[in-house]
Design a protein around this ligand. Structure first.
Ligand SMILES: Nc1ncnc2c1ncn2[C@@H]1O[C@H](COP(=O)(O)OP(=O)(O)OP(=O)(O)O)[C@@H](O)[C@H]1O
Ligand SMILES: [Mg+2]
Length: 260
């Protein structure tokens, strides 16, 4: 399988009033085309910073970033789904989802069709004319996901997209993400604090060390697809989540010590 994203030796230092802060040091990531890769690591280890670098929102201090085929990552990967509902409160669901195509100059009829397709894919047909304040948290996050997909991104970047949701809504959206991934086979880089979520959704889980984050260890998740929530009851799922937690625990404790 072809490599889609290659990040080599990424460092990020923020200059702050209290002096420089290393957020990421010597981080490496290679993601194959069409793979779903999760990044897991303790709070403050630099996960969001790395995603922002990938999205072109902040520059890396040093290191190489490539998106294939053959391009340097110089233009933003316009496809981020954040934990906060990053949708426009003054636009309806339809207008939020058609925003990306509109910016790209796609004609009115075509962008409406595109938006309706993705709104249907996330199950919000009945809400196309609603404004964000009329929607639940889960629905708002569905709008964010539909909006990202309507951009037909080369890579979908997701920073704890389900982090603000209650457990049941989260489970429903996890299954929806599995279905969307089956339908699109997009390359996805997904940040989560939940090991269970990472194992459920991913082909690979990349574990980062505590701050400043670097690579700890990567885990291949060879649970067959298509998957649904039922796999969370299997012995292999339990084994993987436990193995990952045993490594992550040390990093979480290190991060907590660091914050004292
Ligand atoms: N704009 C900034 N200026 C200065 N320091 C920053 C900035 N953004 C992030 N940092 C620092 O970089 C480190 C990594 O932050 P980041 O938000 O990437 O962590 P994270 O892994 O996403 O954490 P969490 O799991 O809590 O979301 C932290 O120490 C943070 O304080
Ligand atoms: Mg973060």
């Amino acid at each position: 399988m072809a490599v889609k994203i290659l990040a080599e030796n990424i460092w990020k230092t923020f200059q702050t009033a209290g002096g420089p802060i290393d957020a990421i040091k010597n981080f490496n990531l290679s993601v194959e085309e069409g793979k779903f890769v999760s990044i897991v690591g303790p709070s403050g280890c630099g996960k969001s910073t790395f995603l922002r670098i990938l999205a072109g929102l902040v520059p890396a201090t040093s290191g190489n970033l490539k998106i294939f085929p053959g391009k340097d990552l110089t233009k933003p990967l316009n496809s981020v789904v954040f934990q906060e509902y990053a949708i426009f409160p003054w636009r309806t669901v339809l207008d939020n989802v058609s925003f990306g195509p509109e910016m790209r100059g796609v004609g009115k009829k075509e962008r409406r069709e595109l938006a309706l397709h993705w709104i249907d894919a996330v199950g919000l047909n009945k809400f196309i004319d609603c404004y964000p304040h009329q929607l639940s948290g889960g629905m708002k996050q569905r709008v964010s996901i539909a909006r990202a997909l309507a951009n037909d991104p080369e890579v979908l970047l997701m920073d704890e997209p389900l982090g603000a949701l209650d457990a049941q809504t989260r489970n429903v959206l996890q299954e929806e993400l599995l279905k969307l991934w089956e339908a699109t086979h997009k390359t996805v880089i997904y940040i989560t604090h939940s090991i269970e979520e990472a194992v459920l959704l991913s082909d690979e889980v990349v574990l980062m060390t505590s701050h400043p984050g670097t690579n700890k260890i990567n885990f291949d998740i060879n649970i067959p697809r298509p998957r649904d929530l039922k796999i969370t009851g299997t012995p292999e799922f339990a084994r993987l989540t436990l193995v990952i937690w045993e490594v992550l625990r040390d990093e979480v404790i290190a991060a907590m010590e660091d914050q004292r």
